[in-house]
Structure formats: C-alpha cells, structure tokens
Design a protein around this ligand. Sequence first.
Ligand SMILES: N[C@@H](CCC(=O)N[C@@H](CS)C(=O)NCC(=O)O)C(=O)O
Length: 132
Amino acid sequence: MSQENNKACNHTDGQNDKYVPPKVWTQDKENGGKFASINRPTAGARYEKALPVGDAPLQLYSLNTPNGVKVNILLEELAEIGVKGAKYDAYKIDISQGEQFGSGFVAINPNSKIPALVDHSADIAGEPIALF
Ligand SMILES: N[C@@H](CCC(=O)N[C@@H](CS)C(=O)NCC(=O)O)C(=O)O
C-alpha cells in the first residue's frame, strides 16, 4: 500500500480524532428526511418476516436504487457471457416501507442495507453464504 493510500485509510488521523462514541446510544431527537427518519441508534430486526427463497443458486434481495441495481447489472452481464452459476432470483426489499428491518433480511445483513445476496451454491459449515 502506498503511503498516500495508507494515510487515507487511517481513521485515527485527521478530522475524526476528537469524536468519542458514547458507550450506550440513545435517540434524543427525531431525525429528519425520508430515510434519515428510519435510522435508529440500534441494530437488529424490528419484526418477524422470513425471506422468500427460489430455486436459483443466487438469491438477491434489493431495490432499484443506484446502489441496489449494481448487483443486478453484474449478474445480467455474467449471464450474457454464459456464466451458469450467476443465475439468480430477485426480490424487492422496499426500504421506504422498512422491509430491511424484517428478521429474515437482518439475518443476512445485520446492517439493514440493500443490496444483499445469498449464495446457495456455496456453504460455510452447511450454511449458504450471505454477502452484503
Ligand atoms: N455501501 C453501502 C450501500 C448500501 C446502501 O446504502 N443502501 C441503502 C439504499 S441505496 C439502504 O439500504 N438504505 C436503507 C437504510 O439505511 O435503512 C452498503 O452496502 O452498506
């Protein structure tokens, strides 16, 4: 890694020096904005909801946001050049309705962010691999 890159990755360097996160997060005021208002200083599922699972090796849970479509674009490009292992089923996770906080989604991405993908063609200790 170059010295310049090393500096850019060093989070104790520069503007974040003075920030000390609290031991316990509390929400003392409402956030503004459509998406900021759904954020909380906690993580984890907010309600029980299993995710659908289809027959394709890859199961994609996402939405057509600029971040969300990137995985679809990659998988479509791979299909175009004949990569059989890139076959996928896609499911909509409507982040404006809080679907990223359902228990099934949180189990594959504790960050509650789309896109998330589960690879059923690979496994670690008998479990499919979740990527996010
Ligand atoms: N680099 C980010 C991009 C994902 C991201 O920010 N997704 C947004 C939508 S584009 C999201 O899921 N937001 C829902 C939320 O914050 O509750 C990640 O993968 O963690």
